[in-house]
Design a binder for this molecule. Structure first.
Ligand code: PSU
Ligand code: MN
Length: 312
């Protein structure tokens, strides 16, 4: 595992690979990485823990092994036990960890949820090529003034992991997010979708740059990129199931309201995404959370099928 990704074995001192994950990796069976910022900063207790448990069950049903990645008391965890996950889901001191501070949390003995960027780093370190999330971070609206662009985009450009999402979160500037991904050479693939999905909604106003309709085709594309020695990962946009979606024309009013509240309260930096998700949950009386849970489950299923295609 770690040897294949070029990581010195001595660094494993700070890493715990959950035994079922280690066994599956050694046997070259399908493993799906899962992020944990969605647990620590993306959803309230107890729905966060229920969602995380259900997602792991879905991946197991599909014949793959789930590996939720997080930092607990200074140890990088590749896969969590049910108790560790439940504990993390209730911690009030959890940091939101990205590339810039993942090692800080480990060095300082802290705990935190890993964002898409930090989860990609952990997954690649362990030799896991596929990862399921809700929605990635991207270029925030008003980024021309705030410079707020998620390091998820930078990570997609450098780390060879397939990220299965329901698109960029609709709180973002989706056209600008797609432009940055194109500049950085990141393939963006609509799964059975001509238009890029927008997290809570099945469609944004942007065309998906590429389209593929089977897990096998995604696996083939990933392997072809590796053969050509192309660096970086790829982003899959998997639309939320129709019965769970909140249409874009309805969502826009909730997002606009949440964004104006964020401005009034002076929310900045890392706090922006968690604040907006929580505000939108309150504005929609919990409906946005139900949609969020449905789309994560949908992404987990597809990620397990891609992992199976890659392993097979
Ligand atoms: N998907 C969700 N909920 C979330 C996130 C993704 O359904 O909370 C998290 C991811 O961890 C992503 C992060 O990396 O939001 C983006 O944060 P920022 O915009 O600060 O980069
Ligand atoms: Mn940001």
């Amino acid at each position: 595992m770690a040897a294949e990704t070029g990581v010195p074995m001595s660094s494993l001192e700070k890493v715990d690979i959950h035994p079922p994950v280690a066994e599956a990796l050694a046997a070259k069976r399908a493993v799906v990485a899962l992020e944990s910022t969605i647990i620590t900063h993306g959803m309230p207790w107890p729905q966060n823990n229920e969602m995380a448990a259900d997602v792991e069950t879905i991946i197991a049903e599909e014949g793959a092994v789930p590996a939720t990645i997080a930092v607990i008391d200074g140890r990088l965890k590749i896969g969590l036990s049910a108790e560790e996950r439940k504990d993390l889901a209730q911690r009030r001191d959890a940091m939101k960890l990205s590339r810039a501070d993942l090692a800080f949390a480990i060095a300082e003995g802290r705990s935190g949820g890993t964002t898409v960027a930090a989860t990609m780093i952990g997954a690649h370190f362990a030799g896991i090529p596929v990862f399921a999330t809700g929605g990635i971070g991207g270029v925030h609206k008003g980024a021309e003034a705030s410079f707020d662009i998620s390091s998820d985009l930078e990570e997609l450009a450098r780390t060879p992991v397939i990220v299965v999402s329901a698109g960029p979160k609709a709180i973002l500037d989706i056209p600008k997010t797609l432009e940055v991904l194109e500049t950085r050479g990141v393939p963006v693939v609509g799964y059975k979708a001509r238009m890029m999905p927008a997290f809570w909604s099945r469609e944004s106003n942007c065309r998906a740059p590429l389209q593929l309709d089977t897990p096998e085709a995604i696996a083939r594309f990933h392997q072809t990129r590796a053969t050509l020695g192309l660096a970086g990962g790829m982003l899959i946009g998997n639309p939320v199931p129709a019965e769970a979606e909140i249409p874009a024309d309805e969502m826009i009013q909730y997002i606009t309201r949440a964004q104006s509240d964020a401005r009034v309260e002076g929310i900045r930096g890392k706090a922006v995404t968690p604040y907006l998700l929580d505000r939108i949950l309150k504005i929609t009386h919990g409906r946005s959370l139900e949609t969020n849970i449905a789309l994560v489950k949908n992404n987990a299923r597809l990620a397990a099928r891609i992992a199976t295609a890659l392993a097979g």
